[in-house]
Write a protein of this length. Sequence first.
Length: 178
Amino acid sequence: MPRLFSAIEIPRPLAERLTLLRAGLTGARWIDPENYHLTLRFIGDVDGMTARDFAEALGAIEMPPFEIRLNGLGSFGGNKPRAIFAGVAPSEGLNALRRANDRAAREAGLPAEGRNFMPHVTLARLRNARADAVAAYLEHQGGVFADPFIVNRFVLYSSRDSVGGGPYVVEAAYPLED
């Protein structure tokens, strides 16, 4: 069974803008822009029945579209950096959608998410990148300034077990409607 996760897709114009950040960091494996997303709930490898239950529970989510905005750049991993990301500004709509995805996972019999939710879009995975080089890269880039975008759907993605970064396949799409 493929790995599953629910997410918000990044609009193509914004994804293309984020590709302008793809330079100047040794050890970075840049994510392809068509694979940029904001994960709502990671599920992982599950059996077919659990996957169907989760997909059905996601389909029952009802909420209106909302706006989100990227908010700066950062890295995960501290002194051993492992990823570069674009952060997401706080949004009640995003928090509500994440909570609804968590409920859907519990309804499908999945355990509670063990990590705190930190909304972000992974731009690069890092291998053997020096912490000082990552800090210099982040300082040089100066952040992400982009117009907000409207989230009017979220999706259920599948991926192959790999080192991360795709390719991702949309298994189902769920519209947000007023």
